[in-house]
Write a protein that binds this ligand. Structure first.
Ligand code: ADP
Length: 158
């Protein structure tokens, strides 16, 4: 059985993330969407809230599991017996960071592979931060996040 992990902050999940997760789910037996718990970041949503939103918007996809992790991704990958790390690539700016992370992970754990999936051009400009910033100032985010996420964001900024 082939298992992939899609790791990220998902603060909150956007349609760009969902596109990558759903495409990955078609290629492997199981996808673990792993929410990174990073105490150095100041997230808008708690890890629990992010997990709940992910669970709600992915409930129709049977081979997706939502989990969270802290510490090194390669340790989590080994612990959960994951075969491949899947990351989305939006632009050159993502490439530099992801290139560094993939090589560092390879150095730490040579048997772990990272593969990259090109963004859907409809969502190539989307990030959780741009969504938060837009929603905070009452800009329209329809079609960029699921309705449940939009409602949760509006509530946070009330
Ligand atoms: P963000 O930059 O939105 O805060 P995360 O840290 O949650 O993203 O990202 C998790 C993964 O999802 C990363 O591999 C990132 O490149 C990818 N990703 C995020 N947004 C998009 C998008 N719009 N299209 C493709 N991949 C994306």
């Amino acid at each position: 059985m082939r298992t992939a992990v899609c790791p990220g902050s998902f603060d909150p999940v956007t349609n760009g993330h969902l596109d990558i997760i759903k495409r990955t789910a078609k290629m492997v037996d199981k996808v673990i969407v792993a929410v990174l718990y990073n105490p150095n970041k100041n997230p808008l949503f708690t890890v629990e809230e992010r997990r709940t939103l992910l669970g709600e918007v992915l409930k129709e996809i049977p081979n997706v599991e939502i989990d969270c992790f802290s510490g090194l991704l390669v340790d989590y990958v080994k612990e959960r017996k994951i075969d491949v790390i899947v990351k989305g690539l939006r632009a050159i700016s993502d490439f530099e960071y992801e290139f560094q992370m993939a090589l560092m992970n390879k150095k730490l754990s040579p048997e772990v592979e990272t593969i990259f999936m090109m963004t859907n051009n409809e969502y190539s400009y989307l990030s959780s931060s741009v969504i938060k910033e837009t929603c905070k100032f009452k800009g329209c985010i329809d079609g960029l996040v699921p309705d449940k996420v939009k409602d949760a964001l509006i509530k946070k900024f009330e």
